[in-house]
Design a protein around this ligand. Structure first.
Ligand SMILES: Nc1ncnc2c1ncn2[C@@H]1O[C@H](COP(=O)(O)OP(=O)(O)OP(=O)(O)O)[C@@H](O)[C@H]1O
Ligand SMILES: Nc1nc2c(c(=O)[nH]1)N=C(CO)CN2
Length: 178
């Protein structure tokens, strides 16, 4: 059975865009995951731990036959593949993948919380998510995503590469075939 999930990606070390593209490719290459849509790539001021470089952030929509926990394992393996090491909480990273939503499910286990608990205060997540699906309803509260977007300061979140340019680059590299 296929499930719909949204995954947020971020990078603020090294060739940030290359890390994002490679992560999207790695997701799509997984035999149980298909990337259905990508957002634009945004350059964003760091939140939480502010003494670090700007991030590139984006969101992808995927279809998957994996369970939520198996999807978490897949995203953590992709982070590891790109050499992610955690040093500072909310600190710099080559690649970060967060599972935002999984169908309309609410999940709360030790390893996995869905919807992602910090997504609602993060413009760098909600703006690209909204770009992919303007009519999304947040399952836990049955509230439209639009109402969060309207309340949010869009400051510190700038389009860095348009959605079309991102898709073009993925096609060009023959890494993507939606
Ligand atoms: N929805 C989720 N997506 C990804 N990881 C999650 C989720 N819910 C809980 N986790 C747990 O969070 C841990 C990852 O934390 P991580 O170090 O990436 O946090 P962070 O990226 O620094 O901060 P944040 O979670 O605020 O983005 C994983 O080990 C995972 O078990
Ligand atoms: N702008 C921005 N700030 C962050 C980010 C991120 O992806 N983008 N990720 C963090 C830890 O998950 C902490 N702060």
């Amino acid at each position: 059975m296929e499930h719909i999930s949204y995954i947020a990606l971020g990078s603020n070390i090294g060739d940030r865009f290359a890390y994002l593209l490679q992560a999207v490719k790695a997701l799509h290459d997984h035999e149980c995951i298909s990337v259905l849509a990508t957002s634009s790539v945004y350059e964003t001021d760091p939140i939480g731990y502010v003494d670090q470089a700007c991030f590139l952030n984006m969101v992808v929509k995927v279809s998957t036959s994996l369970s939520p926990l198996a999807l978490l394992t897949a995203t953590m393996n992709i982070e590891k593949m790109f050499g992610r090491k955690r040093k500072v909480r909310w600190g710099p990273r080559t690649l970060d993948l967060d599972i935002l939503l999984y169908n309309h499910e609410n999940i709360e286990t030790e390893q996995l919380i869905i919807p992602h608990p910090r997504m609602f205060e993060r413009a760098f997540v909600l703006i690209p998510l909204f770009e992919i699906d303007e009519s999304l309803i947040i399952p836990s509260v049955q509230r439209p995503l639009r109402s969060y977007i309207d309340q949010l300061s869009h400051q510190g979140v700038r389009i860095w590469k348009s959605r079309e340019a991102v898709e073009e680059q993925l096609y060009e590299r023959r890494e993507f075939n939606v």
